[in-house]
Design a binder for this molecule. Structure first.
Ligand SMILES: *Cc1c(COP(=O)(O)O)cnc(C)c1O
Length: 427
């Protein structure tokens, strides 16, 4: 077994803190499946955590990167600039919501995008406080660990953390008694006013649908009320669309669903078909507040990643992946709701488009059941379906297929999930 050998080498060479969902090693991957080094095939409901929305090794991306790699691989945009970086910024400024003038900057990862959005918001407002939410996930660097809610595994014994970060309650309909969006926003805003003071707030930072925190979809009205409060308070409203962006939820960006227009957006994951790229895009007056030289990094907006991003966006347009995500959402949501009807362990199906999840509880209660969740997940892996778990309580199974997955693979994946749920029930 080639994977077993690789696992031995890995254990002796790779730091233990870096773990993997499955212990098989990938040989090649396409638009909906991964094949391991022993020839086993997996249906991909993970997309490398919402990254390969256009598929793995997508033809346009491969061609664009191949062409660019022969021209030049790196000059550093801060040293000798190139058109690809400018083109990506132009594309992001056009694609993102808001008909005002925009600017963008490019980085290497999601966490770096969030770090920069906070830097920019603080600089532009001259304020320091950043408001974040329960169950939030924003990354693993020091500032983004502070912004992230969950201790294990992200923060445990990694402190001290960056200061001036304040956490307020999220709208989580399953677990807040079905509080309306307006009431949940009022609860958060009361806390901000009382504990921070509106004039101290540099930024309100939120995922329109939470990712690692459990695919929590806030009640309607929650996001618009927070955005309105931020505008009134002179704070920057930052939507972290790193997981929700680029067609995933059946819109180019999840903020658009309720007509929310963020001041700044953080982007990464689905942006470049698997090449490492992140971005901050938003209002020109806020972005341009920072002095020349105040933003940057050696690799940010690497030419290969930029070429991949332009090719990914072209692919999304050409294949109409907004519509594809909605169609996947109908199939996924429909099948999951059928399962929930006959399975008291599933408290709820939630999500939007090709970003859907089920929350697993002890039947008849809302008590999270992470043990059953892991068992179902392991059973899926055993049966050739790659799924991920998430949630503050580790009791959410999330489904993020590539947006180019074909109907047969999608149905086969859902059949496998149903069989895994049944097998764990019978065990
Ligand atoms: C993944 C993620 C991040 C961090 O991105 P990295 O590229 O892993 O640094 C930040 N915010 C959200 C919402 C994410 O899903």
């Amino acid at each position: 077994m080639a994977s077993l050998d690789l696992h031995k080498r890995r254990t002796a060479a790779v730091a233990r803190g870096v773990s993997s969902t499955i212990s098989s090693y990938v040989d090649h991957a396409s638009g909906g499946t991964l094949t391991d080094v022993d020839g086993n095939e997996w249906i991909d409901f993970a997309s490398g955590i919402a990254v390969t929305s256009v598929g793995n090794a997508a033809p346009r991306v491969v061609a664009a990167v191949r062409e660019q790699v022969e021209r030049f691989t790196h000059t550093c945009f801060m040293v000798a600039p190139y058109e690809l970086y400018v083109s990506v910024c132009e594309t992001l400024n056009t694609l993102t919501p808001g008909d005002f003038e925009k600017r963008s900057m490019l980085v290497n990862s999601g966490a770096e995008a969030v770090e920069n959005a906070v830097k920019i918001a603080r600089h532009a407002t001259g304020r320091t406080a950043v408001v974040v939410f329960d169950h939030a996930y924003h990354g693993r660097t020091n500032l983004t660990m502070a912004l992230t809610a969950k201790n294990m595994p992200y923060k445990h014994r990694f402190g001290p953390f960056a200061g001036e970060v304040y956490r307020v309650p999220m709208s989580y309909p399953l677990r807040d008694g079905g509080l309306s969006g307006a009431d949940a926003a009022a609860r958060a805003i009361d806390m901000i006013n009382a504990q921070i003071g509106a004039t101290n707030v540099a930024a309100v930072l939120i995922e329109p649908i939470q990712g690692e925190g459990g695919f929590v979809v806030p009640a309607p009205g929650f996001l618009p009320a927070l955005a309105a409060w931020a505008r009134e308070a002179g704070a920057v409203f930052i939507a972290d669309e790193i997981q929700t962006g680029f067609c995933r939820t059946g819109d180019w960006f999840a903020s658009s669903f309720e007509g929310v227009v963020p001041d700044l957006m953080t982007l990464a994951k689905g942006i470049a078909g698997g090449l490492p790229l992140g971005a901050v895009t938003g209002r020109a007056d806020i972005m341009d507040a920072v002095h020349p030289g105040g933003l940057g990094g050696t690799y940010g907006g690497n030419p290969l990643a930029c070429a991949a991003a332009l090719a990914s966006v072209e692919t999304m347009r050409e294949l109409d992946l907004v519509t594809a995500a909605r169609r996947i959402g109908l199939t996924l949501g429909g099948r999951l709701r059928d399962l929930v009807a006959s399975d008291p362990r599933i408290a709820e199906v939630r999500g939007r488009g090709a970003m859907q999840a089920i929350e697993i509880v002890q039947p008849g209660t809302l008590l999270p059941d992470p043990v059953t969740t892991s068992a179902i997940s392991a059973e899926c892996h055993l049966r050739g379906l790659l799924t991920l778990t998430c949630g503050t309580y580790g009791n959410v199974l999330r489904f993020l297929p590539p947006l180019v997955i074909d109907d047969r693979a999608l149905e086969r994946g859902l059949d496998t999930l149903a069989a895994a749920l049944e097998a764990v029930r019978a065990a």
